[in-house]
Ligand binder design. Structure first.
Ligand SMILES: *[C@@H]1O[C@H](CO)[C@@H](O)[C@H](O)[C@H]1NC(C)=O
Ligand SMILES: *[C@@H]1O[C@H](CO)[C@@H](O)[C@H](O)[C@H]1NC(C)=O
Ligand SMILES: [Ca+2]
Length: 266
């Protein structure tokens, strides 16, 4: 009987560990959630698979991955009071689900203002987004749709920290392309950029369209996407940091690019 219990315990523990690790590392690619809004140390994350994809266990793992924890109701409310308004339900402390609403609207929050509270969920396998709390967390990645924007490594112009993983997903208008131009670049250097790196993908994920992996202190060349989307991924390991990077992207008309090209060869 005791053996049986022990075996069960080992099995459950192994299962939990596998699940948690699977979230962080899969097929040789580190996977994590997308950084979205943040206020007063509270930030909203969704799975890289999209909206409402995280079980309670995965939600806890997402927050822990970067040294944070699930936000408490009070932390979420404190963020809401300074303008944290998110129209997406997420797990927070003790298996509760809800979202912070600042401005009443008919299509979000049932016209109410405050924490829209779905209560303590009995079924922890339900899938939602997550609200984490980590006052140390720096802006890291996100979804960007502006035609022109400057993107920086977390904490820039300060040095970035260890164990950061950020994804920037850029999407401009259909028919436009994205021109990347680096303004500053300093990432821990090693020959294969294994420790820390920035990667560029000519697609909306980090699976296809790999363009290059960069480290060191030489400015990477400008890059122009083939379509209207691009993904940047930054990863730092557990030791040695550097100055970080700053880059600008600009949405350009594909037809303008074509004209330039034609001019150059006419
Ligand atoms: C719990 O939620 C999951 C996901 O929504 C669902 O598939 C499952 O059937 C639910 N379990 C129970 C006992 O309701
Ligand atoms: C870019 O293309 C759109 C049509 O796709 C056109 O309306 C717009 O004027 C163009 N912008 C520039 C700066 O050429
Ligand atoms: Ca490093």
């Amino acid at each position: 009987m005791r053996e049986m219990l022990l075996l069960t315990a080992v099995f459950v523990l192994t299962f939990v560990l596998t699940e948690t690790e699977a979230w962080g590392y899969k097929n040789g690619i580190l996977h994590n959630s997308i950084w979205l809004e943040q206020a007063a140390g509270v930030y909203h994350r969704e799975s890289r698979k999209g909206k409402y994809q995280l079980t309670y266990k995965e939600a806890i793992a997402v927050c822990r991955f970067e040294g944070g924890a699930l936000a408490t109701y009070d932390q979420l409310e404190a963020a809401r009071r300074i303008g944290f308004h998110v129209c997406a339900a997420g797990w927070f402390d003790k298996g509760r689900v809800g979202y912070p609403i600042v401005k009443a609207g008919s299509n979000c929050g049932f016209g109410k203002v405050g924490i829209i509270d779905y209560g303590y969920r009995l079924n922890k396998s339900e899938r939602w987004d997550v609200y984490c709390y980590n006052p140390e967390a720096k802006e890291c990645g996100g979804v960007h749709t502006d035609p022109v924007k400057v993107l920086v490594s977390p904490g820039y112009p300060e040095e970035y920290q260890d164990e950061q993983i950020c994804y920037w997903h850029i999407r401009v208008l259909f028919g436009q392309r994205i021109r990347l131009h680096f303004l500053d670049f300093d990432i821990e250097e090693d020959t294969a950029c294994i420790s820390d790196y920035l990667e560029i993908y000519d697609s909306y994920d980090d699976v296809s369209g790999f363009v290059g992996r960069y480290c060191g202190d030489e400015l990477p060349d400008d890059f122009i996407s083939t379509g209207n989307v691009m993904t940047l991924k930054f990863l730092s390991d557990s030791s040695v940091t550097a100055g970080g990077f700053q880059l600008q992207y600009i949405a350009v008309n594909a037809s303008q690019l074509y004209d330039h090209h034609a001019d150059a060869y006419s």
